[in-house]
Design a protein around this ligand. Structure first.
Ligand SMILES: [Fe+2]
Length: 191
């Protein structure tokens, strides 16, 4: 984990390419033990736990109880890499079938499951997605995410109500320190 952090912190802005970071994540082979410090579960929601951040990227560990899920969301025109540390996560992927301003303009294009060791990359040109740890897994899940550049809000879609809203993101812990949630936009310093 420390090695992965060092490698990411050494990169310049234009070096955050999908295949470069995917290779970093695959080579890092992150274990549950190596991220213990950042692991923090809450009953009510999945948690976003900040590992490190600079002007070019942020690295976050998400902790999911069985049944936790995100809304369908975009990634604010940034790149998102995910690698599974533990458990299972399903990703439902969507694309626009009409201009983004038209609410309810999304169509499901695929659904994939990810298990320990698997990684993937997504950005708004690939798809929008919703992630979930299905109730029936009866187990917790942990995922590591790299976003480049960091972003503090994204658009969240509710297909049932045909609505789209800006979602302000938070961190539930900062480098293992609890006591949040903190609005992501207020945490800008390099950690
Ligand atoms: Fe996402």
């Amino acid at each position: 984990m420390e090695n992965l952090k060092k490698k990411l912190l050494a990169l310049k802005e234009d070096e955050f390419k999908p295949e470069t970071i995917l290779k970093f994540l695959q080579d890092a082979n992150i274990t549950k033990d190596s991220v213990k410090k950042y692991v923090h579960f809450e009953k009510a929601t999945y948690t976003r736990n900040l590992v490190c951040k600079n002007a070019f990227f942020e690295m976050i560990i998400l902790c999911w109880e069985a049944g936790h899920s995100t809304m369908i969301h975009d990634h604010a025109a940034q790149g998102c890499w995910m690698t599974m540390i533990d458990g299972l996560i399903m990703s439902d992927d969507f694309k626009y079938i009409a201009p983004a301003s038209f609410t309810g303009s999304l169509e499901k294009i695929s659904c994939a499951s990810f298990k320990k060791g698997q990684s993937y990359y997504i950005d708004d040109t690939v798809a929008l997605h919703s992630l979930r740890n299905p109730v029936k897994t009866h187990q917790r899940a942990m995922t590591l995410h790299v976003y480049s550049k960091p972003f503090s809000s994204c658009m969240a879609y509710d297909l049932q109500n045909k609505s789209v809203n800006e979602l302000n993101l938070v961190y539930h812990s900062l480098q293992g320190k609890r006591g949040g949630p903190w609005p992501a936009k207020e945490i800008n310093q390099a950690l």
